[in-house]
Design a protein around this ligand. Structure first.
Ligand code: 13P
Ligand code: SF4
Length: 354
């Protein structure tokens, strides 16, 4: 896909974010897994709790969410689903910003997460003090932040968007003639800027998982698999996005595998997504996009170390102990809720128009 336009990067020094070591996984036998899942199901029921999981988390957590009336989804749908639940506890298997968004939208509910250390390189690379000072320099710009940010950063914004809705929101703001200050993912920012032509300055953050996909190695792989469609999450670098047949949120990429006729797909996003893709399209061949190649560090190898902190054992533990509750002050939640709700209302209007 070819994109148009130019971009302007912010002159701001952001913290260097380092990936934590990939976490130790549960290593349970099938029997142990079954028992643990049964215990968790029981506890969810007893505590009137619902499990909301992201597509990048462990496959067992995704299955459990669906088997127990919860959901597995992208970050937009996770926010929407949580807000519609009657359950008094939401257990969010994902990364911290997802738990915080749930809490902000459901301040009266208890929100638990399997591991509070599960953050995100975009969130960590956008500290509120620096961000606020930066925004203050551009009072005539509309501040649009990606959902992968802290509650404080959201509270300083005019709009929150996820990858699933960024493009239509920016198109809408562009039609209103607004200038955009975008944070924190420069690659997603660059993508929406080129697709819309809107005047935009952007924070120079990035996702260290998607940053590692390599255009040259991807091109070589595609030559060996000419019938494959290339699916790319827009947190990837622009030269990788340029090679895509489909650019979109995790939901959009899963839909592409389900609906497109290609026998093979090259998938440039976290490998956790392959679980749902395999379930929905068992006959299709799924090839993880290469993170190796010239200049590659392969620190993450397409597996988000923060998403991987979620596990069945930790989930059982928080349900036992009530540990790892997400807390957001009423005052902060009230401010952060405004731009999140704006996004949800916009999404609802889009759905109605369809
Ligand atoms: P989605 O909203 O597309 O699921 O993306 C969330 C995310 O963190 C991707 O890295
Ligand atoms: Fe954040 Fe990237 Fe992990 Fe998504 S994959 S949670 S953007 S570090």
């Amino acid at each position: 896909m070819k994109v148009k336009g130019t971009t302007q990067e912010a002159q701001v020094h952001i913290p260097q974010v380092k990936a934590p070591p990939y976490p130790e996984q549960d290593h349970l036998s099938e029997e142990e897994k079954r028992e643990l899942k049964e215990q968790i199901k029981q506890k969810l029921k007893e505590q009137n709790a619902v499990l909301v999981a992201h597509y990048y988390t462990d496959g067992d957590l995704q299955d459990l969410a669906e088997e127990t009336g919860g959901c597995v989804a992208d970050s937009l749908e996770m926010a929407r689903f949580g807000a519609e639940q009657e359950a008094s506890t939401l257990v969010v298997a994902g990364v911290r910003f997802m738990g915080e968004t749930s809490k902000i939208l459901n301040i009266e509910k208890r929100v638990l997460m399997p591991d509070l250390a599960a953050t995100c390189s975009l969130d960590e690379g956008c500290p509120i003090d620096q961000f606020r000072a930066y925004c203050d320099q551009y009072p005539d710009h509309t501040v649009v932040v990606y959902a992968n940010t802290s509650a404080e950063v959201k509270a300083r914004s005019d709009w929150v968007v996820t990858s699933g809705i960024a493009l239509p929101v920016i198109k809408h703001l562009s039609q209103l003639g607004e200038k955009i200050l975008w944070a924190p993912d420069k690659h997603l920012g660059q993508y929406v800027q080129h697709m819309t032509g809107v005047e935009m300055i952007f924070w120079p953050g990035s996702c260290l998982v998607h940053e590692e996909f390599k255009a040259d190695a991807l091109q070589k792989m595609h030559l060996n698999h000419p019938k494959a469609a290339v699916l790319v999450h827009p947190e990837s670098p622009q030269n990788v996005v340029d090679l895509a047949d489909v650019v979109g949120s995790t939901t959009a990429l899963i839909e592409a595998v389900r609906t497109m006729d290609n026998p093979e797909f090259i998938v440039a996003t976290d490998a956790g997504i392959l679980h749902k893709m395999r379930q929905l399209a068992p006959d299709k061949v799924l090839l993880p996009a290469p993170t190796m190649g010239e200049g590659a560090t392969c620190e993450s190898c397409a597996r988000c170390p923060w998403m991987a902190m979620n596990s069945l054992k930790k989930l059982a533990h928080v349900l036992d102990t009530g540990e790892n509750e997400i807390l957001v002050s009423q005052e902060l939640a009230k401010k952060a809720r405004i731009p999140i709700q704006r996004m949800l209302d916009f999404a609802a209007q889009m759905k109605q128009k369809k």
